[in-house]
Write a protein that binds this ligand. Sequence first.
Ligand SMILES: Nc1nc2c(ncn2[C@@H]2O[C@H](COP(=O)(O)OP(=O)(O)O)[C@@H](O)[C@H]2O)c(=O)[nH]1
Ligand SMILES: [Mg+2]
Length: 459
Amino acid sequence: MPRTYFDRDAPIVALATAEGHAALAVIRAAGHGAIDLVARCFSRPNALSAAIGYRAVHGWIVNPRSGEKIDEVVVLVFRAPRSFTGEDAVEISCHGSPAVAKSILDLLLNEGFSQALQGEFTFRAFAEGKTDLVRAEAVNELARASCEAARHDALQRLSGALSNRLDAIRDLVIDVLADINARLDYPEDESLDEEGRWMGILQRARSELDDLIQGYPGSKLRQEGLLVVIAGRPNAGKSSLFNLLVREERAIVSPEPGTTRDWLESWISIGEFAVRLIDTAGLRNTANTIEAEGVRRSTALLSRADLILYLVDGTTGIDAEDAAFVTRYPNAMLLWNKADLPMCAPAPSSWLPLSAKDIHTFGRFESILTDSLRAQVRGAEDARDFEAQVRIAGERQARLVRQARDALCQASEAHVAHAGLDLVALHVRESAEYIGEITGEIAPDEVLERVFSTFCVGK
Ligand SMILES: Nc1nc2c(ncn2[C@@H]2O[C@H](COP(=O)(O)OP(=O)(O)O)[C@@H](O)[C@H]2O)c(=O)[nH]1
Ligand SMILES: [Mg+2]
């Protein structure tokens, strides 16, 4: 039978660094007996077995059966409970080639370790009570963060800001639940005032949950990045702008209209955000079937874009097609390109003059672009509050926060409809359980398996 997360007796091992060549690779092992098992494959077994926690021990990984040396390494020792998983653990820093890492891993698997499942180290930390589920997920978010905004938010969750906020909301709900249950047990203590007070507290919890729900779209953009699409008529300078933003010559730039027949894309950083930047084909009506397909795909991307950069060649100006585009996509950022050329007309108001050939106008454009991405991400939120805000992450958290909020709405509807205090209590309890599931206070095994199986191996 394959191992599961709940087989926690086995010591586990995995490569913690990316596959491929690097200066170093790190192999991580944890679990009961992990230090002694590694010591059996180490040139200085006694030094390792006797090492206190947080000690680094230098030596060689050696095959105990053949005596063959495999690599020169440094082994960092962690003693339970003062380790990431709460168990005895080691991290072996070896030379960073796939050949070295694989030989060491194979040896350790042969000597009694089990291959760790995805996220199993973090699962064990959770199971040992070292972390709650929100913070465990934040570990994975940090490992995957692709931009500064994602790093910032994940770190905030790792440090417990979201867990504390959720615990505080859950406390409000549970206090009310306890009071309602006491009333159900001793109905003679009835006082209508009390019910009003309970509903007031639940309303407060609900508006806290609403805040978290409202922040979610922005949180998702900060974590997953934004889709930015460059559009405009052929020859407006789209590919030139794309190359400038990507900082390399990817797109073919040509004075021949209709050169970019499909779309090109690249992930780049703009300010603190990850951006999927797309250079579209020109949007003209065309009889050429390949180009027409490019236009169709471009239009589909435009409808999903978080921000559209619309370019016009300032030496030819706005035509009916441009005007139609601007009407159809009123939030597009309007760029008056080729401002370096003497025959370029002055930019009309609401158009930003730009030269895709001149790095000086480009700096100003980049900072305006960053600001408009920030505005897009925070939506209606106040700019100052937004940075410090605690955000939820991922569909799992978002779904549970919505369910917790909806259960509180149902509780208040039951109260208004005089449906009976026991029905109110039922919904209040549901809400508390949903919140408990977010932090993992209450989390069925299959929920945990689903969460941790999205992690990397070695995490
Ligand atoms: N002088 C000048 N030429 C530009 C500028 N942007 C693009 N071009 C030129 O305009 C032509 C079309 O540019 P390209 O980026 O291929 O346009 P696209 O069809 O919109 O992708 C090329 O010859 C570019 O070198 C600009 O800001 N200034
Ligand atoms: Mg082009």
